[in-house]
Design a protein around this ligand. Structure first.
Ligand code: ATP
Length: 331
């Protein structure tokens, strides 16, 4: 019995394996993701980081079965052991209602501006048969958990009466209502000012620790990911190029792209070097040359890099897709 429980506990809440995505363009389709692998366990906070256009949002959308019409996929996206890519409409609706919640960048886009916050928070619960009084009690408890003062008053208010940060708290409360196994937060703080951003990040970190919810935190900001995540996946041009525990990623990145992202993050610490932007511009997977997509921007590239695609290989506590990772080059 114990063995069964242990086995269940270690099943990742999210397990993406070999995910390729092509979006419709011509007969062949445009490649967007190439062989993505990513795991989130219960209570774990995992970052997905990369520049604009690297495919982070498409990867997130695959978790909810929300890829654009006509998308072609191969590989697996398992939530609680079941493959989302093979689900029918009813199963997808149940997945979104109960197992995975999504928090987007702009909280105002997630709520109906005309409806009261109380209706927004209780509609999912009531749709699944929860009596009105129980749903209201639960909404009050959730608003309290996300730090809304006067939860009872908040239930009667409409979205425009909240600041962006407070409304994002409400959206997070709604995301927690069904006690999902996984929250996918796609740039949840980008639209907020820096102080509010820090509060929301702290809130997400606290909630997943208290509730054992898995968190996939998507951002272009490696520093921000580090403040909330145990482990980080770095994406470039539709591929994962490095993944490791946050501490080691910062102390010793093994992929020059990760090192470049760290070097271009401004710091106000005394004596910190000035930020150094990565030269050139990011490419999409469709534009990638045959070898390493980062080679043209990489100070460490050798001829092999533009000829042969590097595969993810173990280095230190994680994986890096770089032909030179084993050489111990100083990044
Ligand atoms: N609905 C769509 N139809 C066609 N192409 C799309 C669609 N959504 C995304 N793409 C393309 O897929 C690639 C990855 O986009 P995606 O939005 O996942 O990147 P991202 O890393 O999330 O970037 P950002 O941080 O700017 O949101 C881009 O080349 C983008 O143009």
């Amino acid at each position: 019995m114990n063995g069964v429980k242990e086995q269940r506990d270690t099943t990742p809440v999210l397990d993406i394996d070999g995910l390729d995505v092509r979006l419709p363009e011509d007969r062949a389709g445009r490649p967007i993701l190439d062989g993505i692998g990513l795991r989130v366990r219960a209570g774990e906070s995992v970052g997905l980081v990369g520049e604009s256009g690297s495919g982070k949002s498409v990867a997130c959308r695959s978790v909810l079965g929300l890829l654009p019409a006509g998308a072609r996929t191969s590989g697996r996206v398992r939530v609680g052991g079941r493959d989302v890519l093979a689900m029918n409409r009813t199963e997808l609706a149940a997945l979104r209602a109960r197992q995975v919640a999504m928090v987007y960048q702009d909280p105002r886009a997630s709520v109906n501006p005309l409806r009261r916050v109380g209706d927004f928070l209780t509609e999912g619960l009531r749709a699944s048969g929860t009596p009105a009084a129980t749903a209201t009690a639960r909404a009050l408890e959730l608003l309290d958990a996300v730090g809304i003062r006067d939860p009872r008053g908040a239930l009667r208010r409409r979205p425009h009466e909240f600041s962006g940060g407070m409304l994002q708290r409400v959206v997070i409360a709604a995301a927690l209502a069904a006690e999902p196994a996984l929250i996918v937060a796609d740039e949840p703080t980008t639209a907020l000012d820096v102080t509010t951003q820090a509060e929301i990040v702290a809130l997400l970190g606290r909630l997943r620790a208290e509730r054992g919810t898995g968190l996939l935190f998507v951002t272009h900001d490696l520093e921000l990911a580090a403040s909330v995540c145990d482990r980080v996946y770095v994406m470039y041009a539709g591929r994962i190029v490095e993944t490791r525990g946050t501490d080691e990623l910062f102390d010793r990145p093994r992929h020059p792209y990760t090192a470049g992202l760290l070097a271009c993050t401004p710091s106000i610490a005394a004596g910190a070097p000035a930020p150094r932007p990565i030269p050139g511009r990011p490419v999409s997977l469709a534009e990638s040359p045959p070898g390493c997509a980062f080679a043209a921007r990489c100070a460490h590239a050798v001829p092999r890099c533009s000829e042969e695609k590097p595969v993810l290989t173990r280095h230190g506590d994680g994986l890096a897709a770089c032909h030179r990772a084993a050489e111990g080059i100083t990044l």
